[in-house]
Write a protein that binds this ligand. Structure first.
Ligand code: VG1
Ligand code: CO
Length: 544
């Protein structure tokens, strides 16, 4: 039944080496042999796939169903012994990570383009996770990429699609296919980490939450855990039904794409808490009544309060944040006396620190927080940790944020994204910026004097591997900071990300509007990088 398909010339335009997954338009994935090329490259590049157990599932976006069938056939043809698939082909990214660990699987294949839009004309994605449950490290992703460039054939079966809609144990060409409830193991893990009794009581006392699942994968998880297990009123989870095109929206929980939630939270009669997650369920945002918790601040507050949840009652071994994430969590770490690691953007860099027990909590400014319970960031986990903290502290989110700033000071923070910029123009901007780094220190720009400027290099403290060119960072003498980097996840031209941060110790200033507080840094950033000259853009597309 096995069929070997020859590929004359490889159609594979490829994944940028270094990124953890492949994200392209659905149209590209549907080109003959395109998805197959990448999947066979995984089987070729990862050793000992024969006889292995794999986890498979995705965020339910358009092409998820077809891709699952293609991958199952190829897995069987490549000698994989057993594949555990989420019912309907669905698994959130953190739940996939949880299953890989729980099942002691060889790895997992996750289908998602995360926060990117879905549909026939939009994005699809695929990535391979290793046996620790986390995105494969660069040695593996680079090997997969190398395979994909030279591959000339792939293996598949000539069989019909199998039924994935019911929980079952099936066989496909001698390979076991186990279709499992996508929520069950994940729910068990959450139950171990958090005080469900206390959170139940909180909801019973009338606490109101509005969780916007953005028609993405977290809907079924949030309904099961928040509404059915924790007693939140029905309707707490909105847009709960996963749709192939996310209802036509970007499943990106930021102030632009989650506008409706922000409007509710800033209007009279707002509930106590608002939250949202992204396409594949690994991101989260949290809002209180009339207040948006910047993700960098959320990480800091969670780090300072995690011990209130049973899973973290013995404290944290350390924390880690991506380089562009604000330094708010550093202040918490310094106070507690625990290490704080600074890694490049992308969750895979946290894996080694978590595996080695050097960090317990990790986070990124891009609405990602997580811990050593899995090896991905985890949206619903963060919401549950917040709920656990709120249940213990019996204060509002407003009060908790203000108390936090009074203790540690406030790191005003914002990210400006310039999307679908001409790729050559974006590269030229970065090249010019890198070329002038050595001349910047000492220069005064918009009243800010540059203290230091470099292109971030990371040396992994566990395995010593080095990652270069991870973003240009400019530190001012005032302590303010700006970081420039190009996105590795966009599918349309280039996205320039400008990360802006300014620390303020004076409580009188805490109420300043964020963009106003950052005005000078924004001006300095534009002047240093020449954003307008290079891109022709006067304003960012998204401010978060
Ligand atoms: C973005 C975020 C980064 C995150 C990555 C994957 O990457 O900035 O923090 O880890 O998306 O998140 P980039 O290269 O576009 O800046 V997800 O939720 O899309 O898996
Ligand atoms: Co995501």
């Amino acid at each position: 039944m096995t069929r070997i398909v020859k590929i004359e010339t490889t159609p594979f335009a490829g994944q940028k080496p270094g990124t953890s997954g492949l994200r392209k338009k659905v149209k590209t994935f549907r080109e003959p042999h395109y998805l197959e090329n990448f999947v066979q490259s995984i089987f070729n590049a990862v050793e000992n796939m024969e006889g292995a157990t794999l986890i498979l599932g995705g965020d339910g976006r358009y092409y998820n169903r077809d891709a699952v069938q293609i991958i199952l056939r190829m897995a069987a043809a490549n000698g994989v012994a057993r594949v555990v698939v989420g019912q309907g082909g669905l698994l959130s990214t953190p739940a996939a990570s949880c299953l890989i660990r729980k099942q002691k699987a060889k790895g997992g294949i996750i289908l998602s383009a995360s926060h990117n839009p879905g549909g026939p004309d939009e994005d699809f994605g695929i990535k391979y996770n290793s046996d620790n449950g986390g995105p494969a490290p660069e040695v593996i992703t680079n090997a997969i990429y190398a395979e994909s460039q030279s591959i000339r054939e792939y293996r598949t079966l000539d069989t019909a699609d199998i039924e994935l809609s019911e929980i079952a144990e099936l066989s496909l060409g001698g390979m076991a296919v186990e279709i499992v409830d996508p929520v069950k193991e994940y729910r068990k893990l959450m139950k171990r980490l958090f005080n469900f009794k206390k959170i139940k009581k909180l909801f019973k006392s009338g606490f109101r939450l509005r969780f916007d699942a953005m028609h993405a994968i977290t809907g079924p998880y949030a309904q099961d855990i928040l509404e059915r297990k924790l007693g939140a009123p029905k309707g707490t989870v909105i847009n709960a039904e996963p749709l192939e095109d996310f209802g036509g929206h970007h499943p990106d929980p930021n102030p632009v794409h989650a506008r409706a939630l922000f409007d509710v939270m800033f209007a009279p009669g707002a509930p106590d808490m608002g939250a949202a997650s992204d396409g594949d369920g690994d991101r989260n945002i949290v809002l209180g009544r009339g207040i948006y918790v910047a993700p960098s601040d959320s990480l800091a507050v969670l780090a300072a309060n995690a011990h209130l949840a049973p899973g973290y009652e013995n404290g944290l071994a350390g924390v880690a944040r991506s380089m562009p994430t604000s330094c708010a969590v550093d202040r918490v770490a310094a106070e507690v006396g625990m290490p704080c690691f600074e890694t490049p953007t992308g969750w895979k860099f946290f894996g080694n620190l978590l595996d080695a027990g050097k960090a317990t909590l990790c986070g990124e400014e891009s609405a990602g927080t997580g811990s050593d319970h899995v090896r991905e960031k985890d949206g619903l986990w963060a919401v549950l940790l917040w709920l656990n903290i709120l249940a213990e502290r019996q204060e509002s989110i407003q009060e908790i944020m203000h108390a936090h700033w009074r203790t540690y000071g406030r790191n005003f923070y914002s990210r400006h994204d310039y999307e679908a910029v001409d790729s050559a123009a974006a590269e030229a901007l970065m090249t010019a910026l890198r070329a002038k780094l050595v001349t910047l220190p000492g220069q005064s720009v918009e009243g800010e004097t540059v203290a230091s400027a470099d292109d971030f290099t990371y040396t992994d403290p566990v395995d010593g591997s080095v990652s270069n060119n991870q973003g240009v960072r400019i530190l001012f003498e005032s302590g303010a900071r700006v970081v420039f980097r190009l996105s590795g996840t966009g599918t349309d031209g280039a996205t320039l990300r400008v990360y802006l941060e300014r620390y303020v110790a004076d409580p009188e200033e805490f109420e300043t509007e964020t963009q106003v507080a950052l005005e000078r840094i924004i001006g300095a950033a534009d002047q240093i990088a020449g954003i307008f000259q290079h891109t022709g853009r006067k304003e960012p597309d998204v401010i978060s």
